[in-house]
Structures are given as C-alpha cells and as structure tokens.
Design a binder for this molecule. Structure first.
Ligand code: SAH
Ligand code: SF4
Length: 349
C-alpha cells in the first residue's frame, strides 16, 4: 500500500490515519506538534510516543519535503529559496523581513495560465499545479532555516501561480499551517492574492483569510490588454466580488497596482484608480514595475511614481508604495519564473 504523504494531511485526516493504525487519535496531535511546532523530524526525540511507533514511523508515512536547490540572500535581508519540483522545474518562495514580521511569499503553481503581459511567471504557461505537501513544504523548509528566536508570522500567496486556480491544495495547506497543534499561523496573517477569478473569490472569505486583488488597470480596455482574465471577469464583476468579501468578512481588500511606464502611471490613472476603488473598503499597494528582459514594459521614473502616490494621498486614498525587496536576487514581485536556469541569469544581473 502506498504511504500517505504526511505533509498532505490536515489534523483530522492524520487523526483518522493514526486511528486506522490502531493508535489513539491524540497521537496525531503529538506528531503535529513535533513536526510543525517543535520542528523536528528526528523521531528519537519524540519521547512521548512509544518506541515502537517511533521506529515504525518512516514506514507508515512519507515525510518527503520539496528539495531546496538554492538559497539566495539579498543585501536587504530577503531570502529566496528555489525548490525542485521535478522535470527540471523549480518554484520559489521568498522570506521578506519587515519591522515586526517575517513574511513568507509562497508559490501555488509551476508557471501560470493567466498570461498577464507584464509578469515573468505569466510568460510560462501553467506546467502543473502544486500539491498540498509542496505548498506546506515551502513553509516547513523555509521555517527550518531560521534561528530559534525567529518565526514566520505571515504568509502571502504572491509567488508563482494563481492561487485560485489551485483552490483545493491552497486552502488545504492553509488549514494545515493554521492548526493550533502545528505552526498556528493566524488566518488573518494569511493573504491570498488573485488576478480576479471571480467565482472562486468567496472561498477566500469562507477561509477567513485576507484578500488581495491585482487590479493593475483602471478601465476594462487597459486591464483586458495587460490582464487577459479581465475579458472573462471585467472590472464591475471583480469589484462587486471585492465589496461582497468586505461585507461578509468585515475586512478590507488590498488592491495591488503595478505602475507601468506610459500605460498605468498617469495622473488621470491615479484619479481613475481612486474613483474606481472608493466604493470598496480597501488599501492600495502601488508596485513600481520590476523590469525583466523582453517584457516590453518599463518602470516609471521616480518622480512619476511619487507624483502618482501623492495624487492618491491628496484624494484621500489609503495608499502604500510597496518597497521593492530582493531585486538583486530577482525575488521581487513578478520576477519569479519556473525555468531552473533563470536564477543564474538573475544572479548575474
Ligand atoms: N497570481 C496572483 C499572485 C502572484 S503575482 C496575482 O496575480 O495576484 C503577485 C503580484 O505581483 C501581482 O499583484 C502582480 O500584479 C505583481 N506583478 C507581476 N509582475 C510584476 C512585475 N514585473 N513587477 C511588479 N509587480 C508585478
Ligand atoms: Fe499569473 Fe499573477 Fe503573474 Fe498574472 S500576475 S501571470 S495571475 S502570477
């Protein structure tokens, strides 16, 4: 019989599996605590479990984690991990430190089918969706590289892929990482960023996690041009889904808005962005475009970025400029790709 993957199992599923082996259900909680909370996979240390159970463990479950191919540390404190996902492909996760947080930016898919024109990941069609253990595994592996006084506090699904195109694995992985017997990551410290798969957006609300939406265009014409998904679910429907999330959750939405030189960065765009979003309880994250070769898009000049942000502030929007982190190791927004060779290219940039 094939062994179940440990990192695929929610606590109720592991409890069931443990009971099926004739052990009391609470052994599952103990295992969760050792593996996730105390972060050890050394069964000899798990002294509250019977010796027999401990020695059988490797034959009962498959504890494989995604293999770390490379770790790049940026001068700004960002750490990028490259994980092998087989077939000569890799995905990336990035630890982003800020004052009181340690955020892990996590990938949900190898490549992405949404084909946003400005996005490096979108250049590569979807190769495959990640499985639950591969999403949980990015977190577990990254957490194990930290010192005992450090702890990952936040998770953002802003790495490679469209999380709402892989709902089953994404929401299951959140359930696992949220477990109080495990890492106990609060739901309010998990953010799912979507390009706007409208029918799936209520799942974010149901899961009790935060919603971020990649807006990037202030009217259907511009948005459809740079984000093909807008042809399927145009702005009116997208914003309605955002309002519904706010109404039900009592939470705000974060809108991400990439500033593309000459495409989305004018003062008129700033005004339009304000008027478009003012009916939604929200904050707006302005992300100056991170350039990558051959995209055909450019980062606006610093003055243009500041002018755009100031106009939004003048109008009364809650707007923040996303600090670009990890640019030197090519770990910044939209710079992630699946081709294993890309990192070498980036490292030499
Ligand atoms: N697929 C999801 C999450 C991953 S993309 C989504 O689209 O929301 C994470 C964010 O990076 C998105 O807001 C996207 O608009 C932004 N982004 C993509 N390419 C970028 C680039 N080259 N420079 C800056 N931001 C980029
Ligand atoms: Fe996919 Fe997001 Fe990139 Fe669009 S911006 S191609 S949805 S990863």
């Amino acid at each position: 019989m094939q062994k179940q993957r440990f990192f695929d199992l929610t606590l109720p599923e592991l409890t069931q599996a443990v009971k099926a082996l004739g052990k009391p259900g609470f052994r599952a909680q103990q295992l969760y605590r050792w593996i996730y909370s105390l972060q050890t996979q050394d069964f000899a240390q798990m002294t509250n479990l019977s010796k027999d159970f401990r020695s059988e463990m490797p034959t009962l479950f498959d504890f494989t984690l995604p293999e770390i191919l490379k770790v790049h540390k940026s001068v700004d404190g960002t750490t990028k991990f490259l994980f092998n996902v087989g077939s000569n492909k890799s995905v990336e996760a990035v630890i982003i430190p800020s004052r009181d947080r340690l955020t892990l930016c996590i990938s949900s898919e190898v490549g992405c089918n949404m084909a946003c024109k400005f996005c490096y990941t979108g250049k590569q069609k979807l190769q495959r969706k990640l499985e639950t253990w591969e999403i949980v595994g990015q977190f577990v592996q990254a957490a194990r590289t930290l010192t005992p006084d450090q702890r990952l506090t936040n998770i953002v699904f802003m790495g490679m892929g469209e999380p709402l195109d892989n709902c089953e694995a994404v929401f299951k992985s959140i359930e696992i990482l949220h477990s109080t017997w495990g890492y106990n990551v609060s739901r309010k410290r998990v953010t799912i960023s979507t390009s706007g798969i409208v029918p799936m957006m209520p799942k974010i609300t149901e899961a009790g996690v935060r919603m971020a939406v990649s807006l990037n265009g202030v009217n259907d014409q511009v948005r459809s041009e740079i984000m093909p998904i807008n042809r399927k679910w145009p702005l009116a429907e997208l914003l309605e889904a955002c309002r519904e999330h706010c109404r039900v959750s009592g939470d705000k939405v974060t809108f991400e808005y990439v500033l593309l030189k000459g495409v989305t960065d004018s003062l008129e765009d700033a005004k339009a962005l304000y008027h478009l979003t003012k009916s939604v309880p929200c904050k707006i994250n302005i992300i100056p475009f991170n350039e990558h070769p051959g995209s055909g898009f450019y980062r606006p000049a610093e003055e243009t970025i500041v002018r755009f942000q100031n106009e939004m502030i003048r109008l009364g929007a809650h707007v923040l400029r996303r600090k670009t982190m990890g640019r030197d190791i090519y770990a910044a927004c939209g710079q992630l790709t699946t081709a294993a060779s890309s990192t070498q290219t980036q490292a030499s940039l």
